[in-house]
Design a binder for this molecule. Structure first.
Ligand code: AMP
Ligand code: MG
Length: 419
């Protein structure tokens, strides 16, 4: 009995011949789990990878009460409420060079940003509001108790989680781990992804292009998207539209990886022998997704690996990768499988759209007169990779949406990372 296929077919709204994008995304995510293994590595090697364990702060950050300004540290209770206060300047404290003595009543400590504020002092007055008269500093009225005073542990408290498992490490987290003195971090193992292209018309780089052939570009965009995501990519090359070659490639991929991503060979006309083969080797569903571009897609299990059979058209490969494979891989990486962020901006152009499928147009977000707006990047054919290269976002026209009038708000997904 086919258990995966049975589970899928029992899900709400399951129609493999017209599956809404959201249903397909949810079905895929419901099947996947994070890879269990993790490894310890030097903190810098964690960039873009996913924390496998909570990191508990072993120390307070900052470790001591310290000054947020250059100025004078003092006791707020000694300041006059009615007018100026004169305090004797006793010593100085610098970042990395604390003041060791005791501060007698009626005095202030010259202090620099980051220097320890000694016990008993509670307020820092910036030097630019003060006046020096001989060995004294004159403090104006109206200082707030506790101002410009950074408390020990105000950034991170010892014993509390500084970062949670599942966090993808960006430059801010790498710095934060360093601020805790962490030399090593526990990282989820990278997800291993095998990639191959299918098609008799595909020509590999480094050979002249025979008539009727095209260079295999999908393995290159897939390599780029997978590498950006932090996966370990295994490139299995081009596989001919031949059952024996395809079977050998699928079996090799399933042995060596967590995920197999193929492109081509799942569209009507081609899918039949692939379908038969996959039914024999594993459990794979063939879907027609209610979307443009990227209608046909296969998803399932071969041995211990998950399979994503993406369509062949170069734009469809990228769009289906971003909508289905990216969140799936994030989940397997142990991170939050959030979709690319969506925000809404006015469309500069009128757009034709029929309800009943989600359409992804390649768009150009631009900024003028204080506002972001979007326009499509010209020809939108699913084979025209230049439309992706000219774009910095996808315009998402939702399933139920109809035509767009110029000036209407549309959803966009930025294709560039924010940090
Ligand atoms: P298929 O889904 O195999 O029918 O392919 C659909 C279209 O995408 C055809 O025009 C193919 O030539 C093209 N195509 C398929 N695979 C690739 C690839 N790896 N690189 C570039 N174009 C491809
Ligand atoms: Mg093909």
């Amino acid at each position: 009995m086919n258990s995966l296929l049975q589970t899928l077919s029992c899900s709400d709204g399951y129609d493999p011949d017209s599956l809404p994008v959201g249903t397909a995304q949810a079905l895929i995510l419901s099947q996947l789990a994070p890879v269990p293994d993790f490894e310890r590595a030097f903190v810098r090697l964690g960039l873009d990878r996913v924390l496998a364990e909570d990191v508990i702060a072993p120390v307070n950050v900052p470790a001591h009460n310290n000054s947020a300004m250059d100025g004078y540290a003092l006791r707020h209770a000694e300041l006059s409420a009615e007018g100026e206060t004169r305090l004797a300047i006793v010593g100085g404290a610098f970042a990395g060079r604390p003041f060791e003595g005791r501060l007698p009543p009626g005095s202030a400590l010259r202090i620099m940003t980051g220097a320890i504020v000694p016990e008993g002092l509670d307020t820092v007055v910036p030097q630019e509001v003060t006046r020096i008269e001989g060995q004294s500093v004159i403090i104006p009225q109206g200082q707030r108790a506790g101002q410009h005073f950074r408390c020990a542990g105000e950034d991170l408290k010892a014993g509390q989680p500084a970062l949670k498992a599942g966090k993808r490490l960006r430059p801010a987290e790498i710095g934060l781990l360093a601020s805790l003195g962490q030399v090593e971090v526990a990282l989820r193992r990278r997800v291993r992804v095998a990639v191959f292209s299918t098609g008799d018309e595909l020509c590999s780089l480094g050979t002249p292009l025979p008539p009727g052939q095209v260079y295999d570009s999908n393995r290159y965009t897939l390599w780029g998207m997978l590498t950006r995501l932090g996966c370990e990519v295994r490139d299995l090359g081009v596989v001919r539209d031949d059952p024996a070659a395809l079977e050998a490639a699928l079996l090799a991929a399933a042995r060596s990886s967590d995920v197999i991503v193929t492109s081509g060979g799942v569209s009507v006309g081609e899918a039949d022998f692939v379908r038969e083969l996959m039914a024999r080797l594993g459990e794979v569903a063939f879907w027609k997704i209610a979307m443009k571009p990227g209608r046909p897609m296969a998803f399932g299990r071969l041995g211990n690996a998950w399979l994503f059979g993406l369509p062949g058209n170069p734009v469809a490969v990228m769009v289906t990768f971003y909508q289905f494979v990216r969140p799936a891989l994030l989940k397997m990486m142990g991170a939050e499988p959030a979709p690319l962020p969506i925000f809404r901006v006015p469309s500069l152009a009128a757009l034709k759209k029929a309800p009943g499928r989600t359409e992804y147009l390649r768009g150009l977000l631009s900024y003028a007169a204080g506002e972001w707006r979007v326009q499509p990047t010209g020809a939108q054919g699913s084979g025209i990779l230049r439309s992706m290269s000219d774009a910095n976002c996808l315009i998402v026209l939702e399933h139920e949406r109809g035509n767009v009038t110029a000036g209407d708000l549309v959803s966009v997904q930025a294709m560039e990372g924010l940090v």
